[in-house]
Write a protein that binds this ligand. Sequence first.
Ligand SMILES: [Cu+2]
Length: 322
Amino acid sequence: MNTGVKITAFAAAVAATFAAAYGVGAVVDPVTPDRQPAAHAPHDRQPSARPGAGGAAGDGRADVVPAGLQISQAGYTLELRTPRVTAGERAELRFAVRDEEGRLLTSYRREHGKELHLVLASRDLVTYRHLHPTRAADGTWSTPVTVPTAGSYRVFADFTPAVEGAAGLTLGADLAVSGAYRAPGLPEPATTATVDGYTVTLDGGLTPGRPSELTLSVARKGRPVTDLEPYLGAYGHLVALRAGDLAYLHVHPDGGPGDGVTEPGPGISFTTTAPTAGAYRLFLDFRHDGVVRTAAFTVRADGAAAAPRPADGERERDAHQH
Ligand SMILES: [Cu+2]
């Protein structure tokens, strides 16, 4: 098949895919027949490809870059003013967020009780910190931090500008930590993790491209913990990072303190969507006896990413390949 024919066949397949999507949309959603067909797969919070932002419009596929991979997105830029620290030494991590005009951002919408959540993770996914820096009036953020081991780290600023129409953003920047470094491998997948005498058990798995429910159950000395303490408005906070590039997944707790349904343990449930197959490292922060602890798990999402379009589109495309 020559190139011209290939392109024509591909265009036909894309057209068929769109047709299938429109048709299915009308069938499964009869309640709102005038609803616009989805231009891309549903996603959490901030997609990197905004309409008109120069995404791959026209190829019929979603072009959503996971959070945390970019230092600048949607007009906001993370300025890490402390790009290097030394392992084992207390340092003051300083940073700011600039808007499209280059001004320091000073108004943030509170999420989980904080204007900004700062996550620090080593690229080998062994070290993890969830911090709440302090903002000076001029927009400069700072937090003391002691990074235990040398290596390459990623700093994630998770925030929502208090600006009309602004969505939540997670910007990421690299942080270098000086010292002798021995690269560890990614910890093997496991369904239990221990921290400070607590055992946390993971139920559920990750399916690429589909929302997955994960339940983490906390026990101490073999007894289920049923008096977890609220931490930032929830019984637990979960962050998932993709091995290989540290794509940052937003994870939503299913219920929380004060909703009249959610128990304070032992299980804490979350929903998240792994964008692709591959390994992810999950970090759960929970509070008990007044101390916040972190349990970490390696989880593998198996299988091909779920197509954002119905399988019919795939079949159409296959039918055009000889
Ligand atoms: Cu936080």
